[in-house]
Ligand binder design. Structure first.
Ligand code: 1Q0
Length: 207
């Protein structure tokens, strides 16, 4: 696992992590979930300083969840939610450092990722358009104006579609597109299970 943190980004590593996330009992395992996020963050960091306000936020959220995971030895997202709900919904809502509200932020970002990767796969060459559309259909409604503005400005600095496919490090553009096609359903599955879990416990609007 430590080795996975070194070397250049590879989409394969992210795909493998999200593939490992979902168990037969449809639980979401935290260790691969956080590994997947670390891989994505590394990718984002390689895109340059314009994105550092985004990667810093993601780094701190992953670190908070990693600390919760180790402290309570949570194996799954379900275990984390159960544990935090045991204190009662009001106590959970009052906590700015809960695992649940933190996962919820990453969960919304995962929806962005799913839409963005679908867009990349579709062949639209303007990544900033893809990224803005994916953002507007997911995270934007949860962000204040100033964050939306900064995000939209940063998206203009995104590399071209070809460059994107190249930094995924999986071979030719065709191979990269094929791997996107493989990765998207795994990401969608993790998203869907989390969405259902949070909806069931009325956690989708945690402040
Ligand atoms: C490639 C371009 C990346 C664009 C990422 C899109 C997300 C934009 C989000 C802008 C958020 C800015 C920072 C702060 C936000 C927080 O206020 C907000 C709420 O948290 P809180 O504690 O204040 O309530 N935080 C969030 O909404 C979480 C945002 C996490 C974003 C994590 C993005 C990780 C991105 C990885 C790059 C993936 C590249 C994918 C293509 C590569 C092929 C696999």
């Amino acid at each position: 696992m430590a080795a996975a943190a070194a070397g250049p980004f590879s989409l394969r590593e992210v795909l493998d992590a999200f593939r490992r996330c979902v168990t037969e009992q449809r639980e979401v395992l935290l260790e691969p979930y956080l590994s997947g996020w670390r891989g994505l963050i590394r990718f984002l960091q390689s895109l340059g300083a314009v994105f550092s306000f985004i990667s810093k936020d993601a780094v701190s959220k992953v670190a908070l969840l990693e600390a919760h995971r180790q402290q309570h030895r949570f194996v799954s997202l379900q275990a984390l939610v159960q544990h935090e709900l045991a204190a009662g919904p009001a106590a959970l809502r009052a906590r700015p450092d809960s695992g649940c509200r933190t996962v919820l932020r990453l969960h919304r970002a995962l929806r962005w990722l799913q839409l963005f990767l679908e867009g990349l796969r579709s062949g639209e060459p303007r990544t900033s358009v893809l990224c803005t559309d994916a953002y507007n259909a997911s995270l934007a409604e949860h962000h204040p104006w100033v964050v939306r503005k900064a995000a939209t400005v940063a998206f203009c600095a995104l590399p071209s579609r070809d460059a994107f496919l190249e930094i995924m490090n999986v071979g030719s553009a065709e191979e990269a597109v094929a791997m996107l096609g493989e990765a998207i359903p795994y990401i969608g599955d993790v998203y869907g299970i989390t969405q259902e879990l949070f909806a069931k416990h009325k956690l989708l609007d945690l402040p």
